[in-house]
Design a protein around this ligand. Structure first.
Ligand SMILES: Cc1ncc(COP(=O)(O)O)c(C=O)c1O
Length: 375
């Protein structure tokens, strides 16, 4: 911890310290546990281009959700690949947002991308504006018990999946794969088991109708050990390997879109106390970072980031606020910290995913500066 304090003093705060050694370890752990699965890192979790480069060098591919994300990946890896362009795009990038602006589709078409869809209107849009795309049908699967649920917004009902595949072929498009997402930070492994079973049934039905589909994309959701209640990733991986081998032929290409798993534990934020007040007998600390910035995951990701001090001392319950003028900018009303002063530093670990990615400039405060270590 002495090292991060040194960085904070040298670079100023708030500072988001990104450890690339951890990212490489996470990638290795993922690949060793799931050897059949190609990891398409979900750039939305943290779109820093240095992360893209580090993961690309490890052999990762990428899941993008917008044209700017597509370009972050494309620009950072295009000169490093020796493969021909078409293989390069599908091997390396999936555009996994089922809803795309028409303009985005027009811009994507020249790359002959792999894109997801989950409804008939999107299919028509793709046919009109991006006819050279390969398609992946996203189905709706149980998200029960996941920290962030996604099934109310995305995914075709399994009952309409085969029709959506047939319709795509009918209008001259090609369905290459099927995908799902069990919800982010999934601690209920039954979600994956049910989703894989559903995907298998749909693929069998599509094959019996003359359309063999060769890609299964098992999405994201792989849990990060934020605390002891989180179940073991290794246990999940063993279950997934067994089910995948049982239900799919060796020729089936298996993809996943891990976001949080690759980056959550790779970043630590150091922030400084800029104000202190006692209100109704309770100490309130005001930091130079808050929920409009790196702590945005408290709101959007339903995540908590326990704060730690660099000082020892008896801990007392206190409130911690961000720097903006909005009372919503509340990090915690029940933090336990020792007695601290203006100018003291605090840090939050495991803050690499869905944090700085959704930081704003609210009140004119810029996002935390990023410092890369062990690159
Ligand atoms: C389509 C898609 N893929 C992958 C991810 C990454 O999920 P996670 O960070 O849980 O691995 C998300 C997250 O929202 C997503 O929407």
């Amino acid at each position: 911890m002495a090292d991060i304090l040194k960085i904070a003093k040298k670079k100023g705060t708030p500072v988001f310290i990104l450890d690339h050694k951890k990212i490489r370890e996470n990638y290795r752990e993922f690949k060793e546990a799931l050897p059949r699965v190609q990891a398409y890192y979900a750039v939305k979790a943290n779109s820093n281009p240095e992360i893209v480069r580090t993961l690309y060098k490890m052999g990762a591919s990428f899941d993008v959700a917008s044209f700017p994300e597509f370009m972050i990946v494309h620009e950072n890896i295009k000169n490093l690949s020796k493969k021909n362009r078409q293989d390069f795009i599908w091997d390396k990038i999936i555009y996994a947002n089922t809803i795309k602006q028409e303009e985005t589709l027009r811009k994507l078409d020249q790359y002959k991308p792999l894109v997801t869809y989950d409804n008939i209107d999107e299919l028509k849009k793709i046919k009109k504006h991006c006819p050279h795309a390969g398609l992946v049908l996203r189905i709706r699967v149980p998200n029960t018990g996941s920290m962030v649920e996604l099934s109310s917004k995305f995914g075709a009902h399994p009952g309409e999946a085969v029709d959506l595949i047939l319709e795509a072929f009918k209008i001259g498009l090609i369905v290459e794969g099927i995908s799902f997402h069990v919800g982010s930070q999934c601690n209920n492994f039954e979600n994956y088991m049910q989703a894989i079973q559903l995907a298998s049934s749909i693929l069998k039905e599509a094959e019996s109708r003359g359309h063999k589909i060769n890609i299964l994309d098992i999405g994201g959701g792989f849990p990060v050990k934020y605390n002891n209640k989180v179940k073991s990733f290794k246990t999940l991986a063993r279950k997934l390997n067994t089910e995948i081998d049982r239900l799919f032929p060796k020729t089936m290409e298996i993809l996943a879109e891990p976001g949080r798993f690759m980056v959550a534990n790779a970043a630590t934020l150091v922030t400084k106390i800029i104000g202190k007040a006692v209100r109704d007998g309770k100490t309130c600390y005001y930091l130079d970072d808050g929920v409009y910035h790196t702590f945005s995951g408290i709101v959007f990701d339903h995540c908590v980031y326990p704060l730690k001090a660099f000082k020892d001392g008896e801990k007392k319950v206190c409130s911690v606020f961000g720097p903006t003028c909005d009372a919503f900018d509340t990090i915690s009303v029940a933090e336990e910290l020792p007695d601290l002063e203006i100018g003291d530093y605090l840090y939050a670990e495991n803050i690499g995913a869905y944090s700085i990615a959704s930081s704003t400039y609210f009140n004119g405060f810029p996002p935390a500066k990023v410092v890369h270590i062990n690159k």
